[in-house]
Design a protein around this ligand. Structure first.
Ligand code: ADP
Ligand code: MG
Length: 677
C-alpha cells in the first residue's frame, strides 16, 4: 500500500485501519485503482467481495474487471463504488426468519480493516454482509462492533491510568488442529464424505495409548504437506509459525502468529480452506470435524486472547511485579469477572453438534467454564482479597545438573492442559472452540463480555475522588465476588463436576441445552447494551444455530441408515452365507465337530438381529421428529432420542465388524485409516 498509494491517501487509509476513523470518500477511488493494478500484475482477472454469512464458512461471487468501451473493446476497470459496495442476491443465505425469501437484496461493504488478497485469478476483498433493510446477515459485522465496544471501554480505563492511547485491539492467535487421511480411504467412506466423521468403526487394537504421535517425528509425506501449506499461507500474508503432530494418530496442529481479531478471523478461514486444498494435491484429505474418530482425541481450536494498545502494550502482561501492577490487575479481574458473569454465553458460543462429542468427553475441557490462573496469580488475588502481602515469586533458574547445559529461567507457573480458559503468561487461552467453527462467534462474545465489565469498572472509577483507593476497593470486591470461577485443578475429573455444581457454575452439557439460553434476558440485554445484536437478530441467530444442529444430526442419521442397509447388511449376509455353506459342507462328511462354525453362525445371526432392530428403531425415531413443534423442541428431540438410537446402531455394527472377516467389510476400518499416512 505504501508503495502504490499517494502519501496522503495511504495516511488516510491507515488512520481508518488503525484508529477506526471513517473512510474518506476520495480514498476508495484511488485505493480501488491501485488494488486493481496490483491484482492485474499478479495475474488476476476478477474481483470478489468475500464475506462470512451465518453458515460459518465464507462466500464469494466473482466479477471480471472488464468494462466495455465505445469502440467495441473492453478495458480493465475497478471503481471506488465497486470496491465499497456489492449487491449479491441474499435470498439463499440463512437469515433465521429475519427476512422473507422473496426479499432478496443484500449488500456487501468493504471492510478496510482487514487485508485484501489474491487467490488464483481473483482479487478477494474482505466485506461485511447485510440485508436491504440493514439487518446483519454475517459474522463479521458483530465482530467488528464487539471490537469497537471493547476499544472504547478499555480506553476509558487506560485514560484513568493516565494513558491516552488511540486504540485498543483484541489480539488472537488461533491454534488449529486437524487430521490427515489417505484420500483413497476417505473416498470409500460415505460417512466421512457426507458428514466429516466416521459413524461406524470398531476400536482398533492400537489407539493413542502409546502416546507416540504427540510431537512425534513428522514423516515425509506429512512434512511435504506442511511445507507446502506454509508456503501457501505465507504467500497470502498469513504468518503460519508452528507445526507439529498432535495426540491422536494422524492428527496435527498449526499455529499462526497472533494478530488483531478481525484479521485473525479471516486468516483462520483461509487456514482451514488451504489445509483442505493442499491435502488434495498430496492425495490426502484434511478432516476438520471435531470428532472424526471415536476413541481417540478430537480436534479443537485454541483461541489465545489478549488486548493490546496501538502503542504496543499488552494489557494482560503482568510484568515483573503483578501485585503492584494495578492496571494489569484491573484488566485481569475484568476478564475473570466477565467469564464468571457470562459463562453460559461463552459455552453457547462454542455449541455445535460436532463439539458436543468433545466437551466433557475426558479429552477436552468440560462444558463447565472456569478459569485457570496458576499459583502465582492465585496468590496475588488471594492477597488482594485478604489484604495480606504477597511474596512475589523470584525468577527460578532451572538446574539440570549438567554443567555444559545452558541455564534458563523457568516460568512462574506450570501449565494446565485441562482448563477451558487458562491464563498462559500474558494472554488467556480459550480452549473450548471446535476445530471446524469460525472463531468469530466466540470472539464476539469474549470482546463484548470483557467490554461490559470494563464499562462497569469505568463507571465506578470515573466518579471516584481517590482513584487509587477506588481501584483497590474495586479489585477486592471483584476478587471476592468472582473467585468461584477460578479453578486450578484437573478439569477432566468427576470431582470437579461435583465441585462446580456446589459452586453453582452452569453445566450446559449439550448444544440444545446451551442454545436455549442464548436468548435469555441477560444475554439479550448484554448484546443490546453494546449494540451488537438486536433482540430480533438474536432470535434469528438462535433459530439458525438450532436448525444447523438439527440438520447435522439428521444428515448423520440418514447416512448411517444408508450405510447400514446398503453396505453393512449385505456384507454380513454374504459372510454368514460363507460360514453356513462351510457348515453344510462339513455336515455332509458327517462325524465332524461343528461347534465352532455353529457358534460363529449363531453369533452372527444374533448380532445381525440386534443390528436390524437398531435400524428399524432409528428409522421410526427419525420419522417421529416431524411431530416436534418449533426448532428448540426438535433439537431437544434429536439430542434425547435420535442420538441414542444412532448410538445403538453403531454399537451393533461395531460388534459385527469385530467378527466379520476383513475382506467382507465394506469400507476401510480405523486401523486402515489412522495408521496409513
Ligand atoms: P503456548 O505455547 O502457551 O500455546 P505460544 O507462544 O505457542 O504459546 O502461542 C500460542 C498462540 O498464542 C500463538 O498463535 C501465538 O501467536 C498466540 N499468542 C501469543 N501472544 C499472544 C497475545 N498477546 N495475544 C493473542 N495471542 C497470542
Ligand atoms: Mg497453546
Amino acid at each position: 500500500m505504501r508503495k502504490r498509494l499517494p502519501k496522503h491517501i495511504y495516511a488516510s487509509l491507515l488512520k481508518t485501519m488503525k484508529e477506526d476513523l471513517p473512510l474518506e470518500e476520495n480514498v476508495a477511488e484511488v485505493v480501488a485503482n491501485a488494488m486493481k493494478d496490483w491484482a492485474l500484475e499478479l495475474g488476476a482477472t476478477h474481483y470478489t467481495h468475500w464475506f462470512q454469512p451465518m453458515t460459518g464458512i465464507t462466500a464469494e461471487k466473482h466479477d471480471a474487471f472488464i468494462n466495455p468501451t465505445e469502440d467495441g473493446k473492453v478495458i480493465m476497470e475497478f471503481s471506488g463504488k465497486e470496491l465499497i459496495k456489492g449487491e449479491p442476491d441474499a435470498s439463499s443465505f440463512p437469515s433465521g426468519g429475519l427476512r422473507a425469501t422473496f426479499e432478496a437484496r443484500g449488500y456487501t461493504a468493504w471492510d478496510p480493516t482487514s487485508y485484501a488478497f489474491i487467490k488464483g485469478t481473483t482479487l478477494y476483498i474482505p466485506t461485511i454482509f447485510c440485508s436491504y433493510s440493514g439487518e446483519v446477515l454475517d459474522k463479521k459485522t458483530p465482530l467488528l462492533r464487539s471490537m469497537e465496544t471493547l476499544n472504547e471501554n478499555a480506553k476509558r480505563i487506560l485514560k484513568l491510568f493516565g494513558k491516552d492511547v488511540k486504540k485498543v485491539t483484541t489480539t488472537i492467535g488461533a491454534e488449529q488442529e486437524y487430521f490427515l487421511v489417505e484420500r483413497d480411504m476417505f473416498k470409500q467412506r460415505k460417512d466421512l464424505i457426507l458428514t466429516g466423521r466416521t459413524l461406524f468403526g470398531a476400536k482398533p487394537p492400537k489407539g493413542q495409548e502409546m502416546e507416540t504421535h504427540y510431537f512425534g517425528r513428522i514423516r515425509g509425506r506429512v512434512a511435504n504437506y506442511m511445507a507446502e501449506l506454509d508456503r501457501e499461507l505465507w504467500s497470502l500474508g498469513i504468518a503460519s509459525k508452528t507445526r507439529h503432530n498432535e495426540v491422536a494418530p494422524a492428527q496435527h496442529e498449526l499455529a499462526p502468529i497472533f494478530t488483531n481479531t478481525n484479521v485473525a478471523t479471516d486468516n483462520n478461514q483461509l487456514i482451514m480452506e488451504f489445509m483442505q486444498r493442499v491435502a488434495y494435491r498430496h492425495d490426502l484429505t484434511c478432516l476438520l470435524h471435531e470428532k472424526p474418530f471415536d476413541g481417540v482425541n478430537g480436534s479443537g481450536k485454541h483461541n489465545n486472547f489478549s488486548m493490546s494498545t496501538d502503542t504496543g502494550e499488552n494489557l494482560l502482561n503482568p510484568g515483573d511485579n503483578p501485585s503492584e501492577n494495578k492496571q494489569f490487575l484491573v484488566f485481569l479481574c475484568a476478564t475473570i469477572e466477565a467469564v464468571y458473569k457470562y459463562s453460559e454465553m461463552l459455552r453457547i458460543s462454542v455449541a455445535t453438534a460436532g463439539n458436543d462429542h468433545r466437551l466433557g468427553a475426558n479429552e477436552a475441557p468440560p462444558a463447565i467454564v472456569s478459569v485457570f490462573l496458576g499459583e502465582q496469580l492465585t496468590a496475588v488475588l488471594k492477597s488482594i482479597e485478604t489484604g495480606e502481602p504477597v511474596t512475589e515469586a523470584k525468577d527460578l533458574v532451572m538446574q539440570l545438573g549438567v554443567k555444559s547445559l545452558p541455564k534458563f529461567i523457568i516460568d512462574a507457573t506450570d501449565r494446565n492442559r485441562t482448563s477451558p480458559f487458562a491464563f498462559t503468561g500474558n494472554k488467556f487461552e480459550f480452549r473450548m472452540l471446535g476445530s471446524n467453527q469460525s472463531i468469530a462467534g466466540p470472539n464476539i462474545t469474549l470482546n463484548t463480555i470483557v467490554a461490559d465489565v470494563l464499562s462497569d469498572y469505568a463507571d465506578i472509577l470515573e466518579k471516584a475522588d481517590d482513584f487509587d483507593a477506588a481501584v483497590d476497593a474495586l479489585l477486592q470486591k471483584s476478587v471476592k465476588e468472582n473467585k468461584n470461577v477460578v479453578f486450578n485443578g484437573n478439569n477432566y475429573s468427576d470431582e470437579w463436576v461435583e465441585e462446580a455444581a456446589r459452586r453453582g457454575l452452569p453445566n450446559l452439557k449439550t448444544t440444545p441445552e446451551a442454545l436455549a439460553e442464548f436468548t435469555s434476558e441477560k444475554n439479550v440485554a448484554l448484546f443490546g447494551r453494546h449494540n451488537i445484536f438486536t433482540p430480533a437478530e438474536m432470535d434469528s441467530r438462535q433459530t439458525i444455530l438450532l436448525e444447523e444442529y438439527i440438520k447435522t444430526i439428521n444428515i448423520e442419521a440418514l447416512t448411517m441408515l444408508s450405510l447400514a442397509k446398503r453396505e453393512i447388511s449385505p456384507a454380513i449376509v454374504t459372510y454368514t452365507k460363507e460360514v453356513v455353506d462351510t457348515l453344510t459342507a462339513k455336515k455332509a462328511i458327517g462325524s465332524i465337530d461343528l461347534s465352532a462354525e455353529t457358534a460363529l453362525a449363531e453369533k452372527l445371526s444374533t448380532l445381525f438381529g440386534t443390528f436390524i432392530t437398531a435400524i428399524d428403531t432409528l428409522e421410526t425415531t427419525l420419522a417421529a421428529a416431524e411431530e416436534c413443534e418449533g426448532e428448540q423442541a426438535e433439537a431437544n428431540y434429536f439430542c434425547a432420542e435420535v442420538i441414542p438410537a444412532m448410538g445403538a446402531l453403531r454399537t451393533a455394527a461395531d460388534s459385527l465388524e469385530e467378527i466379520v472377516a476383513e475382506k467382507y467389510w465394506p469400507f476401510p476400518t480405523y486401523e486402515d485409516i489412522l495408521f496409513y499416512v
